[in-house]
Design a protein around this ligand. Structure first.
Ligand code: SF4
Length: 445
């Protein structure tokens, strides 16, 4: 019989694995030790919070599988073998935006941009009515910062969507849009949240912070609220009784300490308010942005972001792998690297459109559930607050795919969106880059 060395946290009378489960633990303990992460392993097993420095080590180690193993311990402690999905619909009500973020391909400048569109509240409601036969539990509403929209527009938008789908939760507006809505309302954020709730708002998606670094903010998205303002508006939302998510946009110019700091800031606010439900690492897409010379994140990076997020955010109940950004295959793997949520059926999504990589913008409920089962997890359909709606293959269908064929891009000017896929069309972000380059050239002459 082979004799094994004693590994801390593992022992039997003979110091020898007796079962396959013990053998597995033994092998992983060896791997963790070889990666120099045994001290972090002990803290993870004890449920202790990891420090900033330990977060840095999780990014530094080449042993990604070990980081995934550690993250999976936390994932299974919090959520067992369950993988959540949601039957949802996205509505991107306008792409007009005056913020000019260099990483964004979605937005159109407010003046003279042929790609620009803004839906009326009734057009947005029509989009929701298109999927009336699908038992959607969440309508996810985000858009650009269109400076021409009055405060009343946002209230009417919520009312119209709520009237079209009274049973569905409305999850709407990043903190960047909330900042604009507060400005348009000329009222304190607390009062604005009460108005929005009365009009139908149930929760917020939590985007817009990107990565909480003054350096990246200055370089890529200086016109948007900074980290301090984002946190202030998130705190006010939680105090108003609204649950939110949070995101991390990675793979552009951010550096590792900035990502770890991002997690530290989020968990500090969570300690204070307990208002966050989910952290969603967002895999950045450089195509058609002013930064398209930067290579996109790889699958390895995608998995590491999920795993480190799970390990650092000890007080967040859920980590989502947003399949539409990191692909369905990576999301299947991510369910073993810390993620317990895959988002949902989406129906229509305009923020990234990437035909060059054949990334579909919709999965039917059956495809989502089969994807989870194939990955070895138990699919559970949730509502936006993680109440169970259905389990396994109960209640799934393939009809969403046909409806998307029929309705996607109807209700507003389809041409304005589809031109993004054409090679000859430059986006607002690309034009901004050319303009800046031109100015620099003129200055040089
Ligand atoms: S990411 Fe920036 S530019 Fe794009 S829509 Fe949002 S605020 Fe506007």
């Amino acid at each position: 019989m082979i004799e094994f060395k004693v590994v801390k946290g593992f022992d039997t009378a003979m110091n020898t694995p007796q079962t396959s489960g013990q053998m597995s633990e033994f092998i992983w303990a060896k791997a963790v030790g070889n990666a120099g992460l045994s001290d972090i392993h002990e803290k993870v097993l004890a449920g202790e919070r990891l420090s900033f420095e330990e977060g840095m080590r999780l990014y530094a180690t080449p042993q990604l599988n070990v980081v995934g193993y550690l993250a999976n311990i936390v994932r299974e402690r919090k959520n067992g073998n369950v993988a959540y999905w949601v039957r949802n619909q996205h509505v991107n009500y306008t792409n007009v935006c005056n913020k000019g973020c260099l990483f964004c391909s979605f937005y159109a400048r407010p003046k003279d941009d042929p790609r620009a569109y803004t839906m009326t509240p009734e057009q947005a409601a029509d989009k929701v009515r298109n999927y009336g036969d699908v038992p959607i539990t969440e309508v996810h509403v985000v858009g650009g910062v269109n400076p021409k929209l009055p405060y009343s527009y946002y209230l009417e938008l919520l009312r119209a969507i709520k009237a079209a789908r009274p049973q569905a939760h409305i999850k709407a507006f990043t903190m960047v849009e909330i900042d604009q809505i507060v400005r348009a309302a000329k009222k304190p954020a607390a009062e604005v949240y009460e108005d929005l709730k009365a009009a139908g708002l149930d929760a917020l998606p939590g985007g817009g912070a990107e990565v909480m670094s003054d350096r990246v903010h200055e370089d890529l998205f200086y016109a948007k609220p900074n980290a301090a303002r984002w946190l202030e508006l998130a705190r006010a939302a939680h105090q108003a009784g609204l649950k939110t998510n949070a995101t991390l946009l990675y793979g552009h110019v951010e550096q590792t300490p900035e990502k770890v700091e991002h997690f530290v800031k989020l968990r500090e606010l969570q300690d204070e308010t307990n208002g966050f439900l989910t952290l969603i690492p967002l895999s950045w897409h450089p195509e058609k942005t002013a930064l398209e010379h930067i290579a996109p994140p790889t699958g390895v990076e995608d998995l590491r972001e999920i795993a480190v997020a799970r390990l650092m955010l000890d007080n967040f109940p859920h980590i989502k792998s947003f399949w539409i950004m990191n692909s369905a295959p990576v999301t299947q793997c991510a369910l073993w690297y810390g993620a317990d949520d895959v988002d949902g059926t989406i129906m229509e999504y305009e923020i990234i459109r990437d035909p060059s990589r054949d990334r579909k913008q919709v999965l039917t409920s059956r495809q989502l559930v089969e994807m989870i089962i194939e990955a070895g997890r138990e699919p559970v359909e949730r509502d936006p607050l993680y109440n169970v709606v259905s389990v396994g293959l109960e209640n799934v269908s393939t009809t969403e795919g046909g409806l998307v064929e029929q309705f996607a891009n109807k209700g507003h000017n389809i041409e304005n969106l589809d031109i993004l896929a054409r090679e000859e069309v430059t986006t607002a972000s690309q034009r901004l880059k050319h303009k800046v380059k031109g100015t620099l050239l003129e200055q040089a002459v």
